[in-house]
Design a protein around this ligand. Structure first.
Ligand SMILES: [Fe+2]
Ligand SMILES: [Fe+2]
Length: 301
């Protein structure tokens, strides 16, 4: 039996594989693409919230959001190290590819955070969406990824609580605060649902990732699960509305139906045409340049 067949059989029986196993090149490449995308997303995900550290409305909020942003940088570090175990690229190569625009990250971070409500919204709902995706990926067939995600998921659940506390205080605050959080929901609704990636039929990679057991649920499945189990119930709890006239509960299918999302816009943002793509990459470039002396002093540059 070829190594490809035996690995495929093992992962389809729910077994996990280690970097020391005889992993076929296709497996390593698919895992590399998925884990590098995830690591990039964690590191770019620090940027939209980072600007609110300085402007947080109290010392307690400032401490919580700076700890959260620091956690996300730590997640990126864990994931780049996990990706390195595949033996295809070094951490430095991956960091270079990110600033050069040669590798992707999740599209949702290419939108601006205009108000403090956006910082609360992201922590509650984007990290909430990440919990659904990453929670399912704990079952991924690549053992180092699964182990890394267990730690990451604990921290993500704290991020959601931190975000929910901000959302709760705005939604139960003054009229102006309530308008601010509703405005955040209006602007972030579509990018949030698109966080799960393209529709299943639009993606070239979903089948391959599922065949290798790297991904256990499809983008559309996770999107629907998040909408039904978290997004709609939490927004209802805080008296917030989704900006979709067609949102309706389907009793037979026991799920919320929603309007089709603008996938042309999604693809445009994914290819670099979003409102903040250029700024995110130039921020990363600046961070690399400004911190060069630290890496040199530590002997890693
Ligand atoms: Fe994270
Ligand atoms: Fe997070």
């Amino acid at each position: 039996m070829s190594s490809e067949q035996s690995i495929k059989e093992r992962v389809q029986n729910g077994e996990k594989v280690e970097p020391s196993d005889d992993l076929p090149e296709e497996y390593r490449k698919a895992a590399q693409r998925m884990i590098q995308f995830h690591a990039n997303s964690e590191i770019v995900g620090t940027l939209p919230e980072k600007q609110w550290i300085k402007k947080a409305p109290s010392l307690q909020r400032k401490r919580a959001i700076s700890a959260k942003v620091q956690d996300e940088a730590g997640h990126a570090q864990v994931l780049y190290r996990v990706a390195e175990t595949l033996g295809l690229k070094s951490r430095q190569e991956m960091l270079d590819e990110l600033v050069e625009g040669d590798s992707k990250y999740v599209t949702v971070f290419n939108y601006p955070t205009k108000t403090w409500a956006d910082a609360g919204y992201i922590a509650m709902f984007i990290d909430g969406a990440a919990m659904f995706r990453q929670g399912s990926l704990v079952e991924s067939s690549y053992a180092p990824y699964s182990r890394g995600l267990r730690k990451i998921c604990y921290e993500e659940s704290f991020h959601v609580k931190h975000g929910e506390d901000i959302v709760r205080s705005l939604a139960t605050g003054s009229r102006k605060e309530q308008e601010m959080i509703q405005d955040a929901v209006d602007r972030w609704y579509e990018p949030t649902l698109q966080f799960f990636g393209p529709r299943d039929h639009m993606s070239d990679h979903t089948d391959e990732l599922q065949e290798w057991g790297l991904k256990v649920k499809s983008n559309d499945e996770l999107r629907q699960q998040f909408l039904d189990e978290f997004y709609v119930p939490k927004l209802e709890k805080y008296g917030l509305e989704l900006p979709d006239d067609k949102l309706e509960y389907d009793e037979d299918a026991e799920r919320w139906n929603y309007s089709q999302l603008d996938w042309d816009h999604f693809l445009d943002v994914s290819r670099g045409g979003g409102p903040m793509n250029d700024e995110r990459l130039s921020d990363r470039q600046d961070a690399l340049e400004n911190n060069d002396w630290v890496r040199r002093a530590a002997g890693v540059a």
